[in-house]
Design a binder for this molecule. Structure first.
Ligand code: MF3
Ligand code: CO
Ligand code: CO
Length: 276
């Protein structure tokens, strides 16, 4: 049994395991934070090319957040010291920006979370450095489809949380791709990571019912090989155990009376690569 808690804009929100149900102020706040997050990824498109360092991209992202009056929610989060996560090729998630340069044919996930006026906009997309191999591009296409199928499942009346993972897993399985289990989507709003956990491989009809006012992310990580991952000694970088390529897309979402609102959709139509 999940507990729900109705939130008004000035409540002191705790990470107490309850699923928060937000009102119009919450939607307004998430719209602005989500729009900023999406705009930042739109502006990141032209920065991604072979030869650039991931820390230069991170610095540009930090600048865009600060210029917009936001702060990077990741900065100082559990000891993380960067403004984005940049995950290349076999890195599943939480890649740390560094002096490492992008190479021709890399597939790259960039994940940003500006905190704007107390609300978190969390989104990621894949980017191509140059022209990746066909099998990498196929993985990226199918991972985007997985995200959108998860969103579609969540938008149906009476949907339950498990319907999301069921839709994602069913699609990935058709290509024999592995769905990562170790990292999940999450509730968010005033908090960065809150209940519920949104698992990306689940059974339809299970889990809490999706109710209007719920805010959460869907962020499937899909591997070309086996689903298993491990975290490197730096304590953050999650990689595929079999070194196969991994892709991810993430949106922040709100359940409405009659469906779902995507807070982090690109206003420029830059939904998936290639963006040119
Ligand atoms: N943005 C990530 C997510 O989608 C979380 C990154 S936490 C960090 O939930 F500390 F690694 F940046
Ligand atoms: Co997230
Ligand atoms: Co994220």
């Amino acid at each position: 049994m999940s507990e729900y808690q109705v939130i008004t804009a000035d409540d002191d929100v705790q990470r107490d395991g309850t699923i928060k149900l937000h009102g119009p102020e919450g939607f307004e706040g998430m719209r602005k934070a989500g729009r900023l997050a999406a705009d930042i990824l739109d502006a990141t498109v032209e920065l991604v090319e072979p030869g650039v360092t991931t820390e230069s991209i991170d610095a540009a992202i930090r600048g865009m957040m600060l210029d917009a009056g936001a702060v990077p929610a990741t900065l100082g989060y559990r000891g993380y010291t960067h403004s984005s996560c940049i995950s290349i090729n076999h890195v599943i998630c939480h890649g740390i920006p560094s002096e490492k340069t992008l190479k021709e044919g890399d597939i790259v996930n960039i994940d940003v979370t500006p905190l704007l006026d107390g609300w978190h906009g969390d989104t990621s997309r894949m980017f191509f450095a140059g022209e990746p191999p066909l099998k990498a591009k196929k993985l990226v296409d199918v991972t985007y489809e997985c995200l959108m199928l998860g969103i579609e499942a969540a938008s149906k009346p009476g949907a339950r949380l498990g319907d999301i993972g069921a839709a994602i897993e069913a699609h990935a399985r058709q290509y024999r791709y592995g769905v990562v289990r170790e990292f999940c989507g999450h509730g968010l709003g005033r908090l960065f990571h809150d209940a519920p956990e949104v698992v990306h491989a689940a059974k339809a009809g299970t889990g809490p019912e999706l109710k209007p006012g719920m805010f959460f992310t869907i962020e499937p990580m899909i591997n070309l090989g086996k689903p298993w991952g491990k975290v490197l000694k730096d304590g953050w970088t999650a990689v595929t155990r079999d070194k196969s390529l991994s892709a991810q897309f993430e949106h922040s979402l709100g359940i409405t009376e009659d469906g779902i609102e995507i807070f982090t959709e690109s206003t420029k139509g830059l939904h998936q690569p290639p963006y040119a």
